[in-house]
Design a protein around this ligand. Sequence first.
Ligand code: HEC
Length: 188
Amino acid sequence: MLTVTVTYETLAPVYVIAAEFSTLVLDPAMGRIPTVLCVVSGDKVMSPRKSERCQLRLMIGVLTLTGFGLAMSVAARAANSDGWYTPDQATHGHIVFNSYCAECHRPDLTGAMGPALIGDAFLKTWLNRPLGDLYEFEHSKMPANNPGSVPDDKLWTITAFLLQKNGFPAGSSPLSAQALSRKLAKAQ
Ligand code: HEC
């Protein structure tokens, strides 16, 4: 009996095959492929009923493989290690931002008494510097009317929200002090 150890490396080609099959499913010519496979797999010509059942099984097999491939690609994207924060963290960060920062920067970050925290001017200031520079600024200077009053855990969720709004990608782990020295750069 053949034993297969399933790792990401062995699954990746499955995804490729599944992706190819999924385009075939959309192709009207697909109907003919199971027929050919079924005829080849039987040593003698099958009765029409048996052949139909065989085709159905093949079709289900292909669809299962396709679904599996899709699940794999979603899992691969969720585990993206290039990301900065989790989507949940950024969503929560918006709420926290609204209660601590929005009175001066507006809930949509476009700025009022304080400058906009989104767009070119913001990126020009902070891009290509370590995240720690931005965090340290928020930590020591903000909120301008009560600097340092926001607890660290809340400030991290706020920072996750700022990164999300400025186009930095989400990843699989929350933004934290571990990223202090990571340079704020965007993938090209
Ligand atoms: C009372 C008004 C006020 C509040 C509340 C406030 N800010 Fe500010 N913020 C300002 C002002 C004014 C500046 C510009 C001062 C400066 O650059 O030194 C600023 C600047 C900033 C900058 C730098 C922007 C840039 O492009 O250089 C960041 C980042 C920032 N604030 C984040 C926050 C965060 C996060 C909060 C909530 C925890 C917050 N601010 C709350 C008034 C405020």
